[in-house]
Design a protein around this ligand. Structure first.
Ligand SMILES: NC(=O)c1ccc[n+]([C@@H]2O[C@H](COP(=O)([O-])OP(=O)(O)OC[C@H]3O[C@@H](n4cnc5c(N)ncnc54)[C@H](O)[C@@H]3O)[C@@H](O)[C@H]2O)c1
Ligand SMILES: [Zn+2]
Length: 368
């Protein structure tokens, strides 16, 4: 097993470590024992992940003398809802998870978000820990303490900030991730480089082949570096002021595309890729970003097999309305994240009319 230096998320009394390694899944038992201190533990996962990695985690828990009840929730974003949450609460009662108990989330962002929100609400808040198993969850969803469920009215509308006690990422579990899910995760990797680190971005460019091949050493470095960057942002801004809001780069149009597609047929990362292509083009149009730099971002996304064009049939007016409805706005204007250079962003306050104009312009031309 190979584990890199632990990353600290610094939030005073709620600080915690993110452990990134390869083959370090077997440390989950000892870490859970330390965090739960003898109290009952619920291992929350879904059938897909349980079949692949559940036994390894249970063996590690048993070896550390941790008594854990496995609770499965159904697989898929459409189950990230109040029905799943209610049934999870019922199972926590059956498993007699008490005040000092701990919920251990084993899965992608859906399992992590639901488990985290259950932990925030169960007995007015119990401990939880994250063992993320998708690229998206390892570099993004598991770090930062945002938990949520979806409503028919929109994604992530009900939630809480509730920080985990630890995050344990084993990049080996990414070996079983379907290709499309892996590539969708790469969109968030590209985002991280584009907004926070020119060095990371350049490494992705020069080593794109190894990234796509999931080269073990490179993947470990990339997940560690992205996790470190996310941890830095979260440590500086827990609850989404300007610091954390830059993470929404590509997400304003991305969320609108997802919403108009009814969250079907398109993965979040794919929508964010389309959103980043728009945001770079728009940043160039306003004179903030050199066109050659914008083109590098779009080229890298395409090399990773990600879409950069808005799906046919989505109209500018509908997209602008959906962006306006996205919850990250103030005083009737959307705070749009623009790119100024690799590793540097700025905000623009845009009205719905501005957005509609920019989107129709974008749809009218083929951005290179
Ligand atoms: N809380 C946050 O800050 C935050 C940040 C980003 C995303 N999210 C949320 O995360 C969710 C998306 O997360 P996701 O992309 O991980 O999706 P997901 O949890 O739906 O996982 C994607 C698919 O991969 C499967 N899977 C998971 N691990 C696997 C593995 N190792 N091998 C094979 N298959 C595996 C899952 O069962 C699922 O079918 C969204 O609901 C999003 O809102 C939250
Ligand atoms: Zn995202």
């Amino acid at each position: 097993m190979n584990e890199l230096e632990p990353i600290r998320v610094e939030l005073g009394a709620r600080s915690y470590a993110v452990h990134v390694g390869r083959g370090n899944l077997g440390t989950v038992g000892a870490r859970t024992r330390a965090a739960a201190a003898g109290a009952p533990v619920a291992l929350v996962t879904n059938p897909t992940v349980d079949a692949l990695w559940g036994d390894r985690v249970r063996a590690s828990l048993a070896e550390a003398g941790v008594a854990a009840t496995t609770i499965e929730i159904p697989d898929g974003e459409r189950h990230k809802n109040v029905a799943t949450l209610a049934s999870l609460w019922g199972r926590l009662a059956e498993a007699r998870i008490e005040r000092g108990g701990l919920l251990l989330a084993l899965g992608g962002g859906v399992v992590g978000d639901v488990t985290g929100f259950a932990a925030a609400t169960w007995l007015r808040g119990v401990a939880f820990a994250q063992v993320p198993t998708t690229l998206v969850a390892q570099i993004d969803a598991a770090i930062g303490g945002k938990t949520a469920i979806d409503l028919p009215a929109g994604k992530n509308l009900v939630g809480a900030f509730h920080q985990p006690g630890f995050v344990l990422s084993d990049v080996e579990v990414l070996d079983s991730l379907p290709e499309r899910e892996y590539r969708a995760g790469l969109a968030e990797v590209v985002k991280t480089g584009a907004i926070l680190s020119a060095g990371l971005f350049e490494r992705l460019e020069t080593e794109s082949g190894r990234v796509l091949a999931r080269d073990p050493d490179l993947l470990l470095d990339v997940v560690h570096e992205c996790s470190r960057l996310k941890a830095t942002v979260v440590s500086a801004d827990e609850t989404e002021g300007d610091g954390r809001a830059i993470l929404n780069f590509g997400h304003t149009l991305g969320h609108a595309v997802e919403a108009l597609q009814g969250y079907e047929g398109i993965l979040h990362g794919e929508a964010v890729s389309i959103g980043m292509a728009f945001a770079t083009g728009m940043s160039e149009g306003r004179g903030f970003l050199r066109p050659s730099t914008g083109r590098r971002v779009r080229d890298l996304l395409r090399r990773f097999g990600l879409p950069t064009e808005v799906p046919a049939g989505l109209a500018a007016a509908a997209l602008a309305r959906a962006m306006e409805a996205d919850k990250k706005r103030a005083a009737g204007r959307v705070r749009f994240v623009c790119l100024e250079d690799l590793g540097r962003t700025r905000f623009e306050a845009l009205s719905t009319a501005d957005l509609e104009g920019l989107v129709s312009e974008h749809l009218g031309k083929n951005v290179g």
